[in-house]
Write a protein that binds this ligand. Sequence first.
Ligand code: NAD
Length: 257
Amino acid sequence: MRLEGRRAIVTGSTSGIGLGIAEALAAAGAEVVLNSFTDSPGDHALADRLAAAHGVAVRYIRADMADGADCRRLVAGAGGCDILVNNAGIQHVAPIEDFPPERWDRVLAINLTSAFHTTAAALPGMRAKGWGRIVNIASAHGLTASPFKAAYVAAKHGLVGLTKTVALETAGQGITCNAICPGYVLTPLVEAQIPDQMAAHGMDRETVIREVMLARQPSRQFATVEEIGEVARFLCSEAARQITGTTISVDGGWTAL
Ligand code: NAD
């Protein structure tokens, strides 16, 4: 399960699941490239904190995952990568008739199209080494739908489809591509949905968490970013070399219903 000598890029990794995955990969000895679109002093301080905590090289590179050229520049700026985790994602919740077209475009760009660009940029280097791991952070919403999340559900289903296609194009080349499909994980992205869900359902915070958000998660428990990080780390291991083109749900039983 050690990853010394591997360079990992994790998109959207200054908070939430991406940061949890970056921590798990750094703890396994990988060099890590953190990314977001902000480029704040805090982003660089976070890279320094991870480097000190795990004794590995950690850099922060700004790139906007809504911009295809920026996605490709991220991979080039890192000097390529052995491990690519396509994690950056945003949400917008609205009935389809009221769904702002510009929000549709942005959700699709960040949650789906960015993975096309980063994967295209990373694959030549992985092929040259005969080793690579691509981990796409999809969602339970990559396998099933919910109302008011048209763009997110479409993007995550698309990301699962992209995962299968990349797996077929790289099969037998030492490269794997898989998707992790988390249910609800309590991160800033989920926190931001709570007011919208409260308004849509006319409920208070605790009721909307229990009765709406976790209603379809039979465990009635949020997954943690550390748990998602460990699944990503396993997918990057040698033991997982024949696991490709598939989805791994971490959803407390949601998609078993
Ligand atoms: P988060 O909001 O905590 O973190 C998102 C990260 O993406 C941040 O680092 C942010 O800076 C970055 N980001 C946002 N827009 C960006 C852009 N344009 N360019 C570069 N970086 C950008 O979110 P999270 O909950 O940790 O979600 C991470 C991924 O996991 C997303 O793809 C999300 O869809 C998926 N996911 C989350 C949950 C959950 O319950 N939290 C469940 C299933 C799937």
